[in-house]
Design a protein. Structure first.
Length: 339
């Protein structure tokens, strides 16, 4: 998009792995857009069900649908390959078990980008548990500046969980990702955490899309978000450690935003602590204690909720308390998906 008056070309990257029951809804929700200047890059990551067959049928119907088929390498690898193939001005990541709501999304994003010239568009998702439980957090209502200088507003965006550890709630100028080698780390779970923190360092301007169009499916059997393993938690630990150590002597407001971003993920690490084996708990405990300075009000709204209890609990008890909360939250989600 060399001329600001030109329409935006979007590259929508959809990693596909064994999602035969959801894939058609995902792709149809994009193809129904009234705006037509886009490509869908479906990266088949070694699916063993009928997902590849479904992708092939879409490729035959519409030249905007592009298939890349590869051996299974994980979500990061699939996204990276899609990003290298992409030709769009802006990149949108969409998980293949999720879907969009509305047919004017890209029309409105095109207008927003042409008006704001933003490097990053943030949008808020709606969480789908069942047909009776679909909810948007809609935290943008709490902030005044919904576009402008990203580095100046980053603290507010992190505090209200608008800049969160997700790739699919961000629309990014493709040249920023390519020129700065902002690819997803291989061999790690929750790879969005690291990727998002790196993206923060290269964004100058932002805008917030005012509607919730992305429907994030919760509780799907086989979803990687349900599979919290020991290696998964250790990956998060390594990312928090690297992230805190990697905050450089740069712009003060951005550094504070990065610290607050990792503080919100530190809470996740504390919450999952008792999933770890005793040996791994012992291995990371000293670091967890040394990061207690992250437990402050005003960093993130989720952390503020934890602080209500931490004011009355010694640190030693906090992981146990958060683990009980974790179990309650999982049960609550399961109930919502069944109702």
């Amino acid at each position: 998009m060399n001329n600001p008056s030109e329409n935006v070309f979007f590259s929508i990257i959809v990693p596909v792995y064994n999602v035969e029951n959801y894939l058609e809804q995902c792709i149809d929700s994009i193809l129904c857009q009234t705006y037509t200047n886009f490509e869908i890059i479906m990266v088949n990551d070694g699916s063993t069900d009928s997902s590849l067959k479904i992708c092939s049928s879409y490729e035959k119907k519409d030249p905007r649908n592009i298939i890349i088929s590869k051996e299974n390498g994980g979500l990061s690898d699939a996204r990276n390959i899609g990003l290298l193939k992409a030709k769009g001005d802006y990149v949108i990541f969409t998980d293949s078990d999720d879907y969009w709501k509305g047919n004017a999304v890209l029309d409105e994003l095109n207008i927003l980008i042409k008006e704001s010239h933003a490097d990053l568009i943030i949008h808020e998702e709606s969480r789908f548990f069942s047909k009776n439980h679909v909810k948007c957090k809609y935290n943008q209502q709490y902030i005044n500046n919904k576009n402008g200088d990203f580095k100046k507003e980053a603290e507010q965006l992190v505090y209200y969980d608008l800049f969160a550890a997700c790739a699919w709630d961000k629309i990014v100028r493709r040249t920023i990702l390519i020129e700065n080698q902002l690819f997803f780390p291989l061999g790690r779970k929750s790879e969005d955490m690291e990727w998002c923190s790196r993206v923060m360092n290269h964004i100058d301007t932002f805008a917030i899309y005012p509607k919730s169009f992305y429907i994030y499916r919760q509780g799907r059997l086989g979803s990687i978000t349900l599979q919290t393993s020991e290696s998964h938690i250790m990956d998060v630990y390594e990312m928090v450690k690297d992230g805190l150590n990697g905050i450089k002597n740069g712009e003060k407001s951005l550094n504070k935003a990065l610290e607050n971003y990792w503080a919100s993920i530190y809470v996740i690490l504390l919450k999952d602590f008792y999933i770890l084996s005793p040996s791994n708990r012992k291995a990371i405990w000293d670091d967890l204690v040394s990061w207690k300075y992250l437990l402050k009000k005003g960093r993130n709204i989720k952390l503020d909720k934890v602080m209500k209890f931490y004011n009355y609990l010694p640190f030693m008890m906090l992981p146990a308390f958060l683990y009980i909360y974790r179990i309650f939250n999982v049960l609550q989600k399961k109930y919502k998906t069944l109702s």
